[in-house]
Design a protein. Structure first.
Length: 182
């Protein structure tokens, strides 16, 4: 919980800096790319996470990286602050929190739809429209097959769960039968 609060606080500060420079999307894209790169390279990830490597060494490494690839100025400064404070290990959480802040600012909500089979594009569009109406926001959904589901689908969007699975229908029928017999 403490790490989530910390990540959110840093993300809010970065979003504010990026907004001042009108580079929110650029910063998000660069931050996401950096996080993906760091996660996929175990050596870099280990370096960033290590408490035995002094912040001064991490700052030097970050300065070299920034010089080599070039980043938005607000992101450059932010990364150096994180390095100095020994917080580079929180970068992944910061990236997720930044996305939440950006989504909120743009009226977007994200979610996951689990279904027994692969849903065709027209069905996906229909689900996004229905969930968008229910939440009052633009919806971005990812889709996953779930062999545990007998049929139908379950959508988790923000704090909402839309359950239209065969399992939930069978449970409701069972509850109705149980109630009507008592």
């Amino acid at each position: 919980m403490k790490n989530m609060m910390l990540a959110h606080r840093y993300a809010k500060a970065l979003y504010s800096l990026a907004s001042d420079q009108n580079e929110q999307d650029l910063v998000f894209n660069q931050l996401t790319l950096l996080c993906t790169t760091f996660q996929n390279d175990k050596e870099i990830d280990s370096f960033l996470q290590s408490p035995t490597i002094r912040p001064v060494e991490k700052v030097k490494a970050m300065e070299k990286l920034i010089q080599a690839i070039g980043l938005a100025k607000s992101l450059e400064n932010f990364l150096l602050v994180l390095a100095k404070k020994g917080r580079l290990g929180a970068l992944e959480g910061i990236q997720r929190a930044y996305q939440e802040i950006a989504d909120e600012a743009h009226g977007v909500t994200r979610g996951v739809v689990r279904s027994a089979t692969v849903l065709p594009p027209e069905e996906r569009k229909r689900i996004e429209t229905l969930v968008g109406r229910a939440t009052g926001k633009q919806v971005i959904l990812s889709y996953k097959e779930d062999p545990e589901l007998l049929g139908g689908l379950v959508a988790h969007v923000g704090s909402f769960t839309f359950d239209d699975s065969l399992t939930s229908h069978l449970k409701r029928i069972n509850e109705q039968i149980t109630r009507s017999t008592h």
